[in-house]
Design a protein around this ligand. Structure first.
Ligand SMILES: [Cu+2]
Length: 457
C-alpha cells in the first residue's frame, strides 16, 4: 500500500532516471510482489531485470501448501538461444555443456522451481522431460496444488512448481518456447533450455548422456494454454470483494493508424500499428509524470475521461470487423476510482487486425480472476460462471485469444497505476491505460509526499 512513488514506469509515476542518475525506489521490507521487474523503458526497448528473485519477507509467508522442498531454484526463462541445444548435440555432451545452465538434483528428492517469464514479447510454454510439475504458486500467491506436464507464462508472470526426482538417474531438458496465439503474425520460434541433472558430482558418467527432451505443445495450442490457466485456483476459500461499485468493460486489442503525411510506415498498406483499450491508444506524457501532475494539480498532462465501456459496441470477436473501427484515438486518459471502491473489470479481446492472447498486468494491485472464456462476454450467461469460491489471485491475466477475462479488486492503494499488455511491443503501440485512485480518509489512505530524490522532470 502507498507505494505509488516506487512503481517506476516513466512518465506515469515519475520522469525517467537520467543517465548517471539514481533513485532509491524502496527498501525490500514488506514487499510482496514476488518478482521485481524493471518497468522503465529505453528507446522503446524494455529491459527486464531481476534484482530480487523472491522479495517476500519470510515471516510474512502463510503456511505453504506443501512439505519443505529439498532445493529451491529460480529459473528465469527468456526465449533466448535455441542454439544451446544444438551446441550440446554437436558436442554429444562428452563434457559438461557450459553454455547451458545445469541444475543439479538428487534422485528421490522433491524440489521447488520458480519459473519467471522474463521475455519481453513472448508468452512461453514450459515443460520438463519425463517429469510432472505440481503448481503451488503463481504471481507470489499460493495456489491449490495441481499437477501438469506443461506451464504457460506470459511475460512478467511467475509460477512455482514442485518436482519430484522420480525418474532414472539421468539428464533431462527443461525447455521453454513460444505460445503464439495470433494467426499469421511472426514470432520468435527459438527454444530455450536448461538441463536437470541427477546426482551431479556423484556419478560423472551421467554427463555423457544426451538429455531427454520434453514434449512441448504446438506454438498455437490455445487449448493447452487454457487448460493451464483453468487449473490455477486460490489455495483455500477466499472472500471475494463485493458488492461491485465500478462495473467496467474494456476492450483490448490491436488497430492501425494512418501514416503521417510524407512518412513511410511499416504496417499493412503503409499504415502504422496501434493498439488500444476502449479505443483509446495510450500516449505517455513527454515532459511530466501523471502521478506528479495529479499530486501537484498540474493541468494539461492527462484527462480523466477514459470510458468505462467501449464508445461503440460491436461484435468484438467477429471475423469481419468493419474497417471503420480499426483506427483508435490517441490520448492520455485515466479512469478515476474512489478509494476503497470494488472494481469489476471485463477485459474483452478484439479481433481487430489480429486476435491474440494479451497478458494484461495492473500495477499496484493483485486481483482475483473470476472467469475466462472465448467469444464475446455475455453477462446474461457468463456471470453464472464466476468462481466466487477460490478464484486465483494474480497480477497479470492472459486474456484468451478472441475471448475475455473478468477480474475484481478493491481500489485501496491511492495513486496512478498503469494497466497494460505485458507484450512490450503492444505497450509502445498504446495497449495501456491508467487508473487514478483517489485518496481515502486520513494519512494511511492517502498518497504520501514524493521522496526528495524523485528524478526531476
Ligand atoms: Cu498485447
Amino acid at each position: 500500500m502507498r507505494t505509488a512513488w516506487a512503481d517506476g514506469p516513466e512518465f506515469v509515476t515519475q520522469c525517467p532516471i537520467r543517465p548517471g542518475g539514481s533513485y532509491s525506489c524502496f527498501s525490500c521490507k514488506g514487499l510482496n510482489h514476488g518478482f521485481f521487474h524493471e518497468e522503465q523503458e529505453s528507446g522503446g526497448i524494455g529491459i527486464p531485470s531481476t534484482s530480487c528473485g523472491e522479495l517476500r519477507a519470510p515471516e510474512q509467508l502463510p503456511t505453504p501448501p506443501m512439505p519443505s522442498p529439498s532445493m529451491a531454484s529460480p529459473v528465469i526463462s527468456t526465449n533466448a538461444p535455441a542454439k544451446y541445444i544444438e551446441v550440446c548435440r554437436l558436442l554429444s555432451c562428452a563434457h559438461p555443456c557450459t553454455d547451458t545452465t545445469v541444475i543439479p538434483a538428487r534422485a528421490g528428492e522433491t524440489n521447488l522451481f520458480r519459473f519467471i517469464n522474463a521475455a519481453l514479447n513472448t508468452e512461453l510454454f514450459v515443460a520438463i522431460a519425463g517429469h510432472k510439475m505440481t503448481v503451488v504458486g503463481a504471481d507470489a500467491s499460493y495456489t491449490k496444488p495441481f499437477t501438469t506436464s506443461v506451464l504457460m507464462l506470459g511475460p512478467g508472470q511467475t509460477t512455482d512448481v514442485l518436482v519430484t526426482m522420480d525418474q532414472p538417474v539421468s539428464r533431462y531438458y527443461i525447455a521453454a518456447r513460444a505460445y503464439a496465439s495470433a494467426q499469421g503474425v511472426p514470432f520468435d520460434n527459438t527454444t530455450t533450455t536448461a538441463i536437470l541433472e541427477y546426482d551431479c558430482g556423484f556419478s560423472e558418467p551421467v554427463r555423457v548422456v544426451q538429455p531427454a527432451f520434453p514434449a512441448l505443445p504446438a506454438y498455437n495450442d490455445t487449448r493447452a494454454a487454457s487448460a493451464f490457466s483453468a487449473g490455477i485456483k486460490s489455495l483455500s476459500r477466499v472472500s471475494v470483494p463485493g458488492p461491485v461499485d465500478e462495473n467496467l468493460f474494456f476492450t483490448v486489442g490491436l488497430g492501425l493508424f494512418g501514416c503521417p503525411a510524407g512518412k513511410t510506415c511499416g504496417g499493412p498498406n503503409n499504415t502504422r500499428f496501434g493498439a488500444s483499450m476502449n479505443n483509446v491508444s495510450f500516449v505517455l506524457p513527454d515532459s511530466y509524470s501523471i502521478l506528479q501532475a495529479h499530486y501537484q494539480g498540474v493541468p494539461g498532462v492527462f484527462t480523466t475521461d477514459f470510458p468505462a465501456v467501449p464508445p461503440v459496441q460491436f461484435d468484438y470477436t467477429s471475423q469481419n470487423i468493419s474497417r471503420s473501427l480499426w483506427q483508435p484515438i490517441a490520448g492520455t486518459k485515466v479512469y478515476k476510482l474512489k478509494y476503497g471502491s470494488v472494481v469489476q473489470l471485463v477485459l474483452q479481446g478484439t479481433n481487430i487486425f489480429a486476435a491474440e492472447n494479451h497478458p494484461i498486468h495492473i500495477h499496484g494491485y493483485d486481483f482475483y480472476i473470476l472467469a475466462e472464456g472465448f467469444g464475446n462476454f455475455n453477462p446474461a450467461k457468463d456471470n453464472a460462471k464466476f468462481n466466487l469460491v477460490d478464484p486465483p489471485m494474480r497480477n497479470t491475466v492472459g486474456v484468451p485469444v478472441n475471448g475475455w477475462a473478468v477480474i475484481r479488486f478493491v481500489a485501496n492503494n491511492p495513486g496512478v497505476w498503469l494497466m497494460h499488455c505485458h507484450l512490450d511491443v503492444h505497450i509502445t503501440w498504446g495497449l495501456a491505460m491508467a487508473f487514478l485512485v483517489e485518496d481515502g480518509v486520513g494519512e494511511l489512505q492517502s498518497l504520501e509526499a514524493p521522496p526528495v530524490d524523485l528524478p526531476p522532470c
